[in-house]
Design a protein around this ligand. Sequence first.
Ligand SMILES: Nc1ncnc2c1ncn2[C@@H]1O[C@H](COP(=O)(O)OP(=O)(O)OP(=O)(O)O)[C@@H](O)[C@H]1O
Ligand SMILES: [Mg+2]
Length: 335
Amino acid sequence: MRRVADDTRGAPLLEIADLRIGFGDKQREAVAVVRGVSLRLERGRILGLVGESGSGKSLTCRAIMRLLPEAGHVLSGRISFDGRNVLELDRPDLLAFRSTEVGMIFQDPFSSLNPTRRIGSQMVEALRLALRLPDRGATKRAIELLAEVDIPDPAAKLRMYPHELSGGMRQRVMLAIAMGAKPRLLIADEPTTALDTTTQAQILQLLRRVKDDTESSILLVSHDFGVIAEMCDDVAVMYDGYVVESGPVEEVYLRPQHPYTRALIAAVPTLTVPERGYRRPTIPGPPLGTTRYDGGCPFTPRCAFARPECRNVSMTLLPVGPAHTSACPFEGSHR
Ligand SMILES: Nc1ncnc2c1ncn2[C@@H]1O[C@H](COP(=O)(O)OP(=O)(O)OP(=O)(O)O)[C@@H](O)[C@H]1O
Ligand SMILES: [Mg+2]
């Protein structure tokens, strides 16, 4: 776990306030799936976004890029990047924002690398657009970038197709493309989930090195609190469309306040070899999205500390410590 730097906290690079995203043909009839996301990413830091499948992590990332899937709408809220409202950027500013200020890598590099085109032509095109380089300059820069992400024999790799590279190598290529324009923000949406443990560790280490070299900030999505604890300075925990807890990662990890965060941390596998019969702890109760609830806290059906008042909880993040907030108002009820 990284020690939280005692820095002077200026204006954040990225700030999201009360973001709601819904799906529907018409915006006003859309049903919200992201229902209340507020987070801050300070300059030069790594913010983790953690939560189980379907909690709204990827939609939140895509909203920052203004790349929601079809029929997805931002219903309300604010996304500011370096003081500018991302949701109000006009087309030219949005394109510039996407190509030079933010880079993004995804869980599955196949979704963003074109399988029918060589690595080189894809990199050159991306670099030409982002850096306005001529072809020769872009090729030279592509080779340098591949070397920076530790890809051996980079010139030869430019002639290859994505399927000729291993999963880890493809993720390095994606990182090289994303970092090509030296973006101030890198969004990494489950970049290592599809990789084996050793490759995952290498990619995470590389991510941190690239961040330090370029002085960028990272929004790192994972469903694994272990990865978040290892990599991040701060964390926002999501459940069913809400941020339910946020704060410095050490503080949240050592003193989790929301019962969902506690359950998530209890589910982190230990590094010791499991004894015979050991079972990885899981969060009890029906999985997300399988039960209806009448409002209030969506974790209620699975919460070991649920009480009737949980139906009236507003899901507002309340201060529980220095820079540490939780949406569960029942302090001390779950210790
Ligand atoms: N294209 C879509 N159309 C309709 N609903 C969608 C669409 N994409 C996502 N959703 C809804 O939004 C919810 C949140 O999706 P999102 O992809 O952000 O989850 P996630 O936290 O990234 O999950 P995972 O860990 O599986 O990647 C989903 O459970 C789904 O109900
Ligand atoms: Mg996702």
